[in-house]
Write a protein that binds this ligand. Structure first.
Ligand code: TRP
Length: 364
């Protein structure tokens, strides 16, 4: 009888390295998300086995509305596909659809010192926003500015990086594309993987950060010293991929530049440098080439060309998005097959983890 188990050699021959990355379903993607993340992910589909997770369980660590969460999760999936994440060549899934993320997070939490979590920069920032100030070192106490106002820091917020570590380790991912702001979380994930392997013998692959060839630090249009951000109070600072052409144009035309009128990228011209970077990344032309072709022109011309470049990339993305978001059964199909591929891999790893950690196997 032929063996149903594939030989190791056959498994090795077509095994591609596994890449996993996730993002929270926070409504609209910005041009920074597009250039710094999604566009890069889309170039990796053929060389890696790719898993893209929309992490809805992370989204509830802060105040949210269930209706928005539902809407944003589907919208996020449609935006990814519209930006070029081909579901035929990758696995796009929703975190809450796959059993194992929270289970593994629990196991990992039992080998995570609380102090390591309290030290996380992002936790401290988010707690501070709620009106709390982290105590000295590993101190559990928060000063009670916010407590008086009835605020509290939920333990999910503290656990956030453990859940993130579980997202990654559940797939034994080889590499994780992340932005700079997530490096500390990835470092914790690597520590946890190493600790688990040390305690219970080799189980997890130690994931590497994946740094894209072309990074992107897109700055706020109205304040080019700060990073462009979704949560900017001045929304004309932020370009969204789903902004209508007229809105994109208006925001770009009103971008802050500087008083001298030369079109060159330099440190003392952050506004112009930012526009040149956007132009370059959206058009594929080098900054030097653009500077050359705009010699002697004014900022108005630069802005108009930047707007044209942005619009010509985003218009087809928007058209595709409109088709997708109206086609609920297609999106469901994508998420069904994404979840099933993800679940298959997740179950394998979770089974191994449970065995190693000493849990009695579930009777069949
Ligand atoms: N914390 C990440 C962010 O806010 C999102 C995230 C959750 C993630 N789980 C992940 C990123 C796993 C990479 C891998 O951007």
């Amino acid at each position: 009888m032929p063996s149903l188990i594939p030989s190791i050699a056959s498994l090795m021959s077509d095994a591609k390295p596994v890449i996993l990355t996730c993002a929270q379903p926070t409504g609209q993607l910005t041009i920074g998300n597009y250039l710094g993340a999604v566009k890069n992910w889309a170039t990796m589909l053929d060389d890696y086995e790719c898993y893209f997770g929309v992490v809805d369980l992370h989204a509830i660590t802060v105040k949210y509305s269930p209706a928005d969460l539902r809407k944003n999760t589907l919208s996020c999936v449609a935006q990814y596909i519209a930006c070029g994440l081909d579901p035929e060549r990758s696995n796009i899934f929703v975190q809450s659809h796959v059993i194992g993320h929270t289970d593994l997070a629990w196991l990992l939490s039992c080998i995570t010192p609380i102090g390591d979590l309290q030290r996380m920069t992002q936790f401290k920032e988010k707690a501070a926003k709620l009106g709390f100030k982290a105590g000295e070192g590993n101190d559990l106490k928060f000063t009670h500015d916010g407590a008086r106002a009835g605020a509290s820091v939920n333990s999910g917020l503290l656990m956030y990086p453990v859940l993130m570590a579980a997202d990654i380790l559940l797939y034994n991912a080889d590499a994780v594309p992340v932005g700079n702001d997530q490096r500390q979380h990835l470092e914790l994930c690597r520590d946890l993987a190493q600790r688990f392997n040390h305690n219970y013998s080799d189980t997890f692959t130690i994931p590497k950060p994946f740094i894209p060839k072309q990074g992107a630090r897109i700055m706020a249009l109205q304040d080019p010293e700060r990073k462009m951000s979704k949560s900017d109070e001045n929304q004309s600072s932020t370009l969204y991929i789903l902004d209508e052409a007229s809105v994109l144009k208006k925001k770009i035309m009103s971008a802050v530049t500087d008083s001298s009128s030369e079109i060159v990228a330099s440190e003392d011209k952050p506004g112009v440098s930012n526009l040149l970077q956007i132009y370059s990344m959206m058009s594929g032309r080098t900054v030097a080439d653009i500077e050359g072709s705009l010699k002697g022109e004014g900022y108005g011309t630069l802005k108009k060309e930047v707007a044209d470049a942005v619009i010509s990339v985003f218009e087809p993305v928007q058209a595709k998005y409109k088709d997708l978001i109206d086609d609920k059964s297609y999106l469901e199909g994508v998420l069904r097959s994404g979840a099933s591929a993800a679940q298959k891999r997740a179950y394998k790893v979770l089974g191994k983890v449970y065995r190693k950690a000493g849990f009695v196997e579930r009777p069949r």
